[in-house]
Design a protein around this ligand. Structure first.
Ligand code: NAD
Length: 450
């Protein structure tokens, strides 16, 4: 059965691909397994050189990759260029990480105790449609750096950039079989990877619901899993904050990527004394978000990924929201920037919308802010806006999420750890932390006794 890939901005087909099934999945795992002994034996310097070459090829092909991603996901081209820039940075970072991921020597009686960081073997990487190439690179970088071989399954809606990357991986000189890309259904290819006895780990990014089934499926073979799941992050604005700055930044923390961002600060918590002023500034700033053709250099927000997803998002919005923006006419899965006033227990304040919809929620004081921020099954990211440094630190320690920013909404960098708490998942991507997730510590005692 073939798969038709669609441009969400036009609803037009842009590619038709063959879908892999269980047989092709087994063949890809076998190919990764066969490539593993030679790949893990490549010297650290040579492995680093190959990853560096891949980073350089991504840079050389940046415009092409950005256009593929923009067309397939409906991302504004300027944002897509930034994402491809990060993909290159990620490969550069992990090329440099290879000879800095040390074991230990541990004082023991009667000999020497050393630890090694061993690769796991074949790892299955399952990624979503919202940041296809970026999230693939966050997993590929450390997986390859540690000496694993890989089967990568992009989301069915957005396979094109991963397929192009697979070509660049070969062009970089990374041997055939080290990275295998499979286009197919999650319930078929993904599920098979999760259950396959020759797959040592699953690096998964996607919804909490599918993450739960990945964890269940992995139990059969005691597979390692890293789960990067959904979020409902809080952007907490105290009355003493620079309200103009916080309000100018807030729309981009929700509406970037049309809200289809696991880190979206989609609950905006504002202290009562500043609520009216902030709401006024936020509405004005949201009205300025430029929604339109992703190929246009000035566009800041494109369409949603699919017609079905647009229906899901629409189901969250009341008839009379606080603000509803404009969208282009004609085909494409457009949805306007939307602001809704909400109470902490409302559905819109509890569930991940994954669209350009923000819930504005008032709070009384610091304790109330922390209570509301933590009133969620999720714990991925969030922001704190205040001029009081001690309060920023207190609240940052009290909020139960894996990634936070103070007086900023930026939380993702190639060299800093990223991941969730609670039902946003576990394990960390990016930075040196990710190297631990794609290797296992082996402890060896060497007797020096005669
Ligand atoms: P999804 O869970 O539907 O799909 C993710 C991937 O899993 C896809 O490749 C899909 O084909 C595959 N899959 C589906 N069923 C499977 C199964 N039974 N076994 C194995 N694999 C299966 O998610 P999505 O709709 O593509 O992406 C949106 C979700 O991803 C949101 O909830 C979002 O918050 C989350 N997300 C999280 C992060 C993070 O880092 N925490 C980043 C981006 C997206």
């Amino acid at each position: 059965m073939s798969l038709v890939v669609v441009n969400p901005a036009t609803a037009e087909p842009i590619a038709e691909l063959e879908r892999a099934g269980v047989e092709e999945t087994d063949a890809a795992v076998a190919s990764a397994k066969a490539a593993y002994p030679a790949w893990r034996a490549v010297s650290p310097q040579d492995r680093a050189r190959l990853l560096r070459r891949l980073a350089a090829l991504v840079e050389e092909h940046a415009e092409e990759l950005a256009r593929i991603e923009s067309q397939n996901v409906g991302k504004p081209i300027a944002g897509a260029r930034g994402e491809v820039g990060m993909v290159a940075q990620v490969f550069h970072f992990y090329a440099g990480a290879i000879d800095k991921h040390y074991g230990e020597t541990i004082p023991v009686a009667g000999g020497v105790d050393v630890t090694f960081r061993e690769p796991l073997g074949v790892v299955g990487l399952i990624v979503p449609w919202n940041f296809p190439l970026n999230i693939a690179s966050w997993k590929l970088g450390p997986a390859l750096a540690c000496g694993n071989t890989v089967v990568l399954k992009p989301a069915e809606l957005t396979p094109l950039s991963a397929l192009r990357l697979a070509e660049l991986i070969l062009e970089a000189g990374i041997p055939e079989g080290v990275v295998n890309v499979l286009v197919g259904k999650g319930s078929v290819v993904g599920q098979r990877l999760v259950e396959h006895p020759d797959v040592a780990k699953i690096g998964f990014t996607g919804s909490t619901e599918v993450g739960r089934s990945v964890m269940e499926g992995a139990a059969g073979t005691i597979k390692r899993v890293t789960l990067e799941l959904g979020g409902k992050s809080a952007n907490v604005v105290f009355a003493d904050a620079d309200l103009e700055r916080a309000a100018a930044a807030a729309p981009y923390a929700v509406f970037d990527n049309a809200g289809q961002d696991c880190c979206a600060r989609s609950r905006i918590l504002v202290q009562r004394g500043a609520y009216d002023r902030f709401a006024e500034l936020l509405v004005a700033a949201t009205g300025n978000v430029r929604v339109g053709d992703p190929a246009d250099e000035a566009t800041e927000m494109g369409p949603l990924i699919s017609a079905a997803h647009r229906e899901t998002v629409a189901g969250f919005v009341p008839d009379e929201p606080l603000f509803r923006g404009d969208v282009p006419d004609g085909p494409g899965f457009w949805f306007p920037c939307t602001l809704v006033e909400a109470a902490p227990a409302d559905r819109i304040a509890q569930e991940e919308v994954f669209g350009p919809v923000a819930a504005l929620i008032p709070f009384d004081d610091e304790a109330d802010a922390v209570r509301i921020a933590n009133d969620s099954p999720y714990g991925l990211s969030g922001s704190i806006w205040t001029r009081d440094g001690a309060r920023a630190l207190r609240v940052a320690r009290a909020v139960e999420t894996g990634v936070l920013s103070v007086n900023s909404n930026s939380s993702v960098r190639a060299h800093t750890p990223f991941g969730g708490m609670k039902q946003s998942g576990f394990g960390r991507e990016l930075g040196m932390e990710a190297m631990n997730g794609y290797s296992e510590v082996k402890n060896v005692f060497i007797s020096t006794e005669v």
